[in-house]
Design a protein around this ligand. Sequence first.
Ligand SMILES: Cc1cc2nc3c(=O)[nH]c(=O)nc-3n(C[C@H](O)[C@H](O)[C@H](O)COP(=O)(O)OP(=O)(O)OC[C@H]3O[C@@H](n4cnc5c(N)ncnc54)[C@H](O)[C@@H]3O)c2cc1C
Length: 410
Amino acid sequence: MEEEEEESRGSIGNDMEAEAPGIVIAGGGICGLATALALHRKGIASLVLEKSKTLRAEGAVIGVHANGWHVLEQLGVAAELRETAHAPITAFHDVRRQGNKITRDDQYPVRTEFRCLNRKDLIEALAKDLPAGAIRFGCQIAAVHEDPSSHGALLTMVDGTTIKAKALIGCEGTCSVVAKYLGLPPVRAIPRPVLRGFTRYPHGHPFEDEFLRLSVGEIFIGRFTLNENLVHFSVTMPDPPTELTRDPKKARGLALEDLQRLQCPAEIIDLVRESDPASLNVVTKLLYRPPWEVAFGGFQKGTVTIAGDAMHAMGPFIGQGGSAGLEDAVVLARALARAVGAGGEEMVGKAIAEYIRERRLRLARLSLESFVVGLVARSPSPVTTLACAAVSMLLGTRSHEHAKYDCGRL
Ligand SMILES: Cc1cc2nc3c(=O)[nH]c(=O)nc-3n(C[C@H](O)[C@H](O)[C@H](O)COP(=O)(O)OP(=O)(O)OC[C@H]3O[C@@H](n4cnc5c(N)ncnc54)[C@H](O)[C@@H]3O)c2cc1C
């Protein structure tokens, strides 16, 4: 039933070649929907093309920092999301162990708003205020070409139909067809599976209310308490993915073997062992665009650009990928609204250039920070670790300077 409703919601204009009403957004994930909503709040129509048949919300929770909450405020959905969000996370705890020996134990407060949201709630909140027909589901873009009759783009779907777009924003994540059209190289992959899941403690969990990041040898565990009975965890496994790690229950078996071999604390082993099997999911590799590509990449051709992971995939290392995509949405919609207000399509290209100029430094810095944190996590070399620690210190990673950023009003 739900699927039928979702499909009919996006059933406008299924003809062989169609001209989109305004701006076309490729991909209806966090960034695509936030961009459509930001444009809608500014009175600008857009059409989201989403390859899935329904709204997608993979991965159970997402950590949203203060900069992301600022955007949700601007989009008018923060209040309702705070009601379903989990309690604020008030402390980080970084621990490094080698066997039974603890080589680092660093606990520090989080001074800005940082809460976990159910991804489903976030996606639904962003989609629900869009006008009927603003999202077209089951619509996978196969290729993008320049539209010879305008500065826009000609989109070819996998079923062979085409759509002309006066302006195109690629928000289709790490496998972006639009990024390819712009000439960007594919994102890079770190081939390490991440198992994620929830564990329920009917009589209350034994943990501090904090975000624990525990590194034991080559394995990384993230754990945050969502409420007194529910705990979310992630385990980044040491070896490249295999058929076994693609299956969440088998991946849990392998993760448990690694945790035992590396003498992880019993409470962590229990956390993973007792997890709800239905909540388990595996990301087989971590994808990122290197910071130098974010700093220097060509993100515009005429009235075509990109946003979100398509532009700056950064993996989970500083938990900023989603919030950075939300920021993109506000900055882009604000620039486009100014262009439309100034009266003309020819201004759209200029607005996109302005958006890229405004975002470039912020995103290069976030990408660098995430890259460096990810490198420390997987490099055994003391020289690399030292160099990365110096960069992290300069960027203020420990005090979450990145979360204090305010991208301004919509
Ligand atoms: C393990 C892990 C943990 C993370 N934790 C956090 C966190 O705590 N906080 C945080 O802020 N970020 C986190 N991130 C990053 C965050 O998940 C991403 O940055 C965010 O989801 C990107 O959103 P997006 O809309 O740009 O792309 P996506 O979420 O990938 O959405 C892209 C959409 O485009 C659609 N699509 C793809 N190709 C096409 C096509 N050809 N045609 C049409 N549609 C298409 C897809 O179906 C999808 O709906 C994490 C990432 C990982 C891997």
